[in-house]
Each structure stands twice: as structure tokens, then as C-alpha cells.
Design a binder for this molecule. Structure first.
Ligand code: SF4
Ligand code: SF4
Length: 412
């Protein structure tokens, strides 16, 4: 770990009000400043590694809200993630981590096959019965949480049905590569279908390589830096085989990770790959006039939740808002603390249910106060978390991906 990154913290405390875990606990050890200090003391050998200390570090969501607030460029979330990776490289992956991160996640075919039982569970009506009878209460809590978060799966993953080349509508202005996020393809395929449609309507030929693999974000989350590097090498090689203007993604988490490939692995190819990565909102925002001409009225009130991986990790805030404001009739209402984490954070909502629920509750309260009919966001983790939260507390509010709103307005 780069020691300089640790000593850059001048302990001003400006990051504290933006940290979700500090807001819930008011504990210095659960704040960005405290986490940086803990890692520093560990590195300097002034503290011994204890379970309690690791507990405070692992309570971090890696939302990186602290990085947006810090005047010194300190990123406590990233430092905690790096620390976790270092610890993991010393201890090695556990059996289940090895199985999931190395044997399952990097293989889209296997990943898709692993979802077949879930699809059957839903299609057969068993899920409805299990939920009605409350059977899951008899199973371990994490299993109950996972089941509760799972929305209705589409009949097929998008990767299995999307054509490798989607032609441009009208005259072709360029070619983009489309990065299919695993969760987007498996669960939110309608949103990615809308993304591809928008790109092609704007004159882009869209190439979606079928052999692309997971971006590696789950590996990073699990402290598996080697697994992340393998994913990066594979994707850089695959997309390097096409001549594209941009590599577009509609998944905030994937975009944040893909943009860091140039940092994770050496070589010009990785740097070139990362320099071409764009969140879909960045590409659509280049064509607002054309889009505006195609959009038809939607008489609804909308608000937007900034995914941490889009706002804090990629610095994209204006584009999604500008795009929503393009839709005629759509009343835009800014959400209070729109860029505060929703508590999803990868598997945090399963491993840290109590803290995750507290953070989610704050978000739901702001959505309720906004009075919006539609809540928009652009990251699968947020979509999963907010879908569950809205279903439980605000069932009248519809949750949509940004591209679904624009495609809906276009087809009205
Ligand atoms: S991490 Fe940044 S904002 Fe927080 S205390 Fe340190 S210097 Fe200040
Ligand atoms: S990444 Fe998020 S949870 Fe972690 S210290 Fe920073 S603000 Fe707090």
C-alpha cells in the first residue's frame, strides 16, 4: 500500500458528514478519517490487528463519498479495499471464495446456468408459495436476504439473445462496443436492451462481444486482485479485436472498474481500453438535440438516485439529470442527498443487513419526501436494493433505469 496516500489525511473531518456509517454510528472508528488512521497505525506497527479493528474496516461500504468530500484527495474507501486485497493475498482465498470468484464469476456460461434453478423456482410458483408461507424464516438469514432481494428474472439472459452486431438506424456515425454487465444481462436485461436501442437509434453500430467476461468488480470486492487482473486481461484482449470509438456500459459498477483497468494492469492496450470506456449517460449527453427531437411526453414526476459508482467513482452527476430533463412533460425533482449510498454496496446488504437497512431507510425517506412517481438509477446493485425497499414501503413508486425512461418516452 502506498504510504503517502495514508499520510495525506490532515484529519480535517470534512469527510465525516458524507460517510454513511459515521452518520449511523457517530463513531470515529467508523468514519473515513478513523479508517485511514487505523490502517496507518497498522502499517506503522503501532496497532495489532484485532477482530474488532477489522470489523470497523469491513463496515466500510466502499461508496467513496468520502473521496468526493476530501480536499486532500484521500480515498478512504479505496484504501480499505486495498488493505483488504493485501490481507487476502497473504491468507489466500477460502473454499467458497475460490469457487465463486474463480470458478463461477469469470465464466458467463456457468454463471447463466447457475441461475436456471432460480428461474424455475420463480416460474413454477414455488417462490410465491415459499414467501406466502414464510418458509425462508427457517433458513439462515443470508439466504433469506438473498431470496428477498431477487426480483423476477427475465426468461433468458440478454447475452444469450442479443446479436453480436446491432446495426445503426439511418446513417452510421460510429461504432461502439457494449459491455454487458453480468447482473444487467441476467436480471435487468430490459434496461440493457433499451441502452442498445438508444445507441442504435442515434446512429451507432453496437458490437456486443459474446465472449466478454465479468468486469472483475466482484473479485475486487472479495479482495481477489489476481482474479480482477485476469478479468481485465481477458476483456482488454476481446475488445481490442474490434475498432470502436467507445466502450459503453449501462452498469455503474462495471464502468468504474473498467475505467481502472489501465491502473490495474500494465501496457498500452489496457490504458487505451480504459480511455474509451463511457457510461451510457456520457454518450447520450453528446446528442441531446437529436434525442430531444425523438422524445415524446411522459406526464410523471421523476427523481434520480446517484449510484456511488457513477457519482463518486466516475464523477458523473450532470449527464443523467440533463437527460431526464429532456423528456417533455417529465417533472424532475431533485432527491435530497441524492448521492448518498443506498446501502447495497455489492454484497454488503447480505453480509451487513442491519447497517444496510438503516442506510436504505434514509434513502427511502428521501424518495417518499420527493413525491416522485418514478425513481431512476443506473446501477444493478442500487436497482436490486431499491426495488426491494420500494416494494416493502413505497409500492406506488416505479423504479427504472435511466435508459428505460428514455426508451419509454421514445416509444410513447
Ligand atoms: S480523509 Fe480527507 S476529508 Fe477526511 S479527515 Fe482526512 S483529509 Fe480530511
Ligand atoms: S467509502 Fe463510504 S463508508 Fe467507507 S469510509 Fe468512505 S464514505 Fe465511509
Amino acid at each position: 500500500m502506498d504510504y503517502v496516500k495514508l499520510i495525506n489525511c490532515m484529519r480535517c473531518g470534512m469527510c465525516l458528514p458524507s460517510c454513511p456509517t459515521y452518520k449511523e454510528t457517530f463513531l470515529e472508528t467508523a468514519s473515513p478519517r478513523g479508517r485511514v488512521a487505523l490502517i496507518r497505525k497498522l502499517q506503522e506497527g503501532e496497532l495489532d490487528q484485532s477482530e474488532r479493528l477489522l470489523e470497523f474496516l469491513s463496515l466500510c461500504l466502499d461508496c467513496q463519498a468520502c473521496a468526493s468530500a476530501c480536499p486532500c484527495g484521500v480515498n478512504a474507501g479505496e484504501l480499505v479495499a486495498e488493505f483488504t486485497c493485501e490481507k487476502k493475498s497473504e491468507s489466500g482465498l477460502g473454499f467458497m471464495e475460490e469457487l465463486i470468484l474463480r470458478k463461477l464469476v469469470p465464466h458467463p456460461d456457468l454463471l447463466e446456468t447457475s441461475m436456471v434453478p432460480m428461474r424455475m423456482y420463480q416460474k413454477s410458483g414455488l417462490q410465491k408459495l415459499v414467501r406466502t408461507l414464510g418458509v425462508l424464516k427457517m433458513f439462515p438469514k443470508p439466504l433469506e436476504r438473498m431470496e428477498g432481494l431477487l426480483p423476477t428474472l427475465p426468461p433468458r439472459p440478454l447475452r444469450r439473445e442479443i446479436q453480436e452486431v446491432t446495426p445503426a438506424v439511418g446513417s452510421e456515425r460510429g461504432t461502439v462496443g457494449f459491455f454487458l454487465g453480468c447482473v444487467m444481462s441476467l436480471i435487468f436485461s430490459d434496461a440493457s436492451r433499451a441502452t442498445i436501442k438508444l445507441l442504435s437509434m442515434l446512429g451507432y453500430r453496437v458490437i456486443t462481444p459474446r465472449n466478454q467476461v465479468c468486469c472483475g468488480a466482484p473479485n475486487m470486492l472479495g479482495g481477489d486482485l489476481e482474479g480482477l487482473k485476469e478479468a481485465a486481461h481477458t476483456n482488454v484482449d476481446i475488445f481490442g479485436g474490434y475498432s470502436v470509438d467507445y466502450i459503453v456500459t449501462d452498469c455503474g459498477g462495471c464502468g468504474a472498474e473498467l475505467k481502472k483497468y489501465g491502473h490495474h494492469i500494465e501496457g498500452e492496450a489496457a490504458a487505451a481500453f480504459s480511455s474509451k470506456v463511457r457510461d451510457i449517460s456520457q454518450v447520450l449527453a453528446l446528442h441531446t438535440e437529436e434525442l430531444h427531437a425523438k422524445l415524446k411526453p411522459l406526464q410523471q414526476k421523476v427523481t434520480y438516485h446517484d449510484p456511488c459508482h457513477i457519482a463518486h467513482c466516475q464523477g458523473i452527476r450532470k449527464e443523467p439529470r440533463d437527460l431526464l430533463k429532456l423528456v417533455p412533460g417529465l417533472e424532475y425533482k431533485e432527491l435530497e442527498a441524492a448521492d448518498a449510498c443506498c446501502g447495497s454496496a455489492g454484497t454488503y446488504n447480505i453480509t451487513r443487513p442491519e447497517m444496510s437497512d438503516r442506510i436504505l431507510q434514509r434513502k427511502l425517506d428521501t424518495v417518499r419526501a420527493s413525491g416522485a412517481d418514478i425513481l431512476v438509477t443506473s446501477n444493478p446493485g442500487c436497482l436490486l436494493q431499491l426495488k426491494k425497499g420500494l416494494a416493502d414501503q413505497l409500492p406506488a413508486v416505479k423504479l427504472m433505469h435511466l435508459t428505460e425512461v428514455l426508451a419509454l418516452s421514445m416509444s410513447n
